[in-house]
Design a protein around this ligand. Structure first.
Ligand SMILES: Cc1ncc(COP(=O)(O)O)c(C=O)c1O
Length: 404
């Protein structure tokens, strides 16, 4: 007889988690408001009148966040990538053709997803520091003549670049009758995105970034034009959970699709409610002022920001790190000395500070700037921490007085 498998030695979660929570100032997940955390601790039946009311409110508030009148909005039990996958899987299949604008690893993920469902894929890669131009896109659309769909990321989190020509690119795609799919994972509610007015057909976002909700529940919105394509499909959708027509059962008809991630949807409800209370205009201003003040502080310390000013994303700030610095060691220094966590990058010699949702609060800015400066200093990079702190303070004082 084989030996019975015994339970492992007991280890409480409190013995795993740090005694004092780290301040999450990286590229996501971000800190969440208490109301969102409280909602995440509640389980109710995922079907029935109470949940139906929650779902209707989530859709209504998400319409505001996406700036769309479309009611084809679904929550997804999964990461933002699952939302990207739902968009791609339902709008592309063998015989359809996509143009993918690649700026970094997240925008490139669309290519992998599109290839995965058997679509023809053309990729336009940027030089790594400049977003793809409208002319480049127009040239490919004209040359190919049969593109069905274009994907674009609004903010490329992996390197901190903003696609500043998103609106113009969407307009060109519209002229060619090409569907526009936007990854707004790190940007939604941090900078403007007007789904209807800009002619965007599908927007995906996650919970754990600009929305300041929990990771694991994501959102997607389809325009009416995109929905017609979803409905026109003759073959079976290869994904069961990510089949948008099946998702409609739950999100519109209030019938069973799969057991919905109830606490995550309740958390999303609260996150969206806080966004509606704050209003998008005020939220955009808060993000702009917070990120720009932090950028000014970092530069005043003598640090170099990776992305030129005109393409720089406010939601994620990339800071150049001399190649002599051991980045994991420096980030660990920051955690152990200051209880602040920021992100490394994927192969680039940069570190990234998030400016999404709750990260954009004055008290967090002081803490992250000081911790960053001291950790660079502690790892052999000469920076003027005091100068940076005073520049931050000056910029925040200007904001409080209504100056830029
Ligand atoms: C722009 C962007 N797109 C997609 C993703 C993928 O999100 P997730 O890890 O939630 O699947 C991320 C994650 O950082 C992102 O920043």
């Amino acid at each position: 007889m084989t030996k019975a498998i015994l339970p492992p030695e007991d280890l409480a979660l409190s013995d795993i988690l740090p005694s004092e929570p780290l301040l999450l100032m990286g590229a996501g997940p971000v800190p969440i408001p208490q109301m969102v955390a409280n909602a995440n601790g509640v389980v109710i039946n995922h079907l029935g009148s109470t949940m139906n009311q929650v779902i209707d409110r989530v859709i209504l508030m998400a319409q505001y966040a996406f700036q769309t009148r479309s009611d084809k909005i679904f929550g997804i039990s999964g990461p933002s990538t699952a939302a990207m996958e739902m968009g791609i899987t339902n709008l592309l299949w063998p015989g359809r053709k996509a143009l993918v604008l690649e700026l970094g690893i997240f925008s490139a993920r669309f290519r992998e997803l599109a290839e995965g469902v058997g679509a023809d894929v053309i990729s336009l890669k940027s030089d790594g520091l400049t977003p793809t131009s409208v002319e480049q896109v127009r040239e490919v659309l004209e040359r190919e003549g049969d593109i069905d769909l274009l994907t674009i990321v609004q903010g490329e989190t992996s390197c901190g670049i903003r696609n500043i020509w998103l609106q113009e690119i969407a307009a060109v795609a519209n002229q060619f009758g090409v569907l526009v799919v936007v990854d707004a994972v790190c940007t939604l509610t941090t900078i403007p995105l007007e789904m209807d007015d800009w002619g965007v057909d599908c927007v995906v976002t996650g919970g754990q970034k600009g929305l300041s909700s929990i990771p694991g529940v994501s959102l997607i919105a389809f325009s009416e034009r995109a929905w017609e394509v979803v409905e026109s499909r003759k073959t079976r959708c290869p994904h069961w959970c990510l089949d948008a027509r099946r998702a409609l059962n739950f999100w519109s008809l209030k019938r069973y699709h799969y057991t919905a991630p109830v606490p995550g949807i309740l958390a999303m409800h609260e996150a969206l409610r806080l966004i509606c209370q704050e209003t998008l205009a005020v939220r955009f201003k808060r993000h702009h002022e917070s990120s720009r003040a932090l950028q000014a502080g970092l530069e005043a310390m003598g640090l170099k920001l990776y992305v030129p000013h005109e393409y720089r994303l406010n939601s994620v700030i990339a800071i150049e790190v001399p190649t002599t610095v051991d980045i994991p060691k420096m980030l660990q220094h920051m955690i152990s000395h200051f209880h602040v966590e920021i992100s490394a990058a994927f192969g680039l010699s940069i570190v990234r500070i998030g400016q999404m949702g709750e990260q954009c609060r004055h008290h967090n800015l002081h803490k992250v700037l000081y911790a960053t400066g001291m950790s660079f200093l502690g790892n052999g990079v000469s920076v003027d921490v005091a100068n940076g702190m005073s520049r931050l303070e000056e910029r925040l004082a200007f904001s409080r007085m209504g100056k830029r």
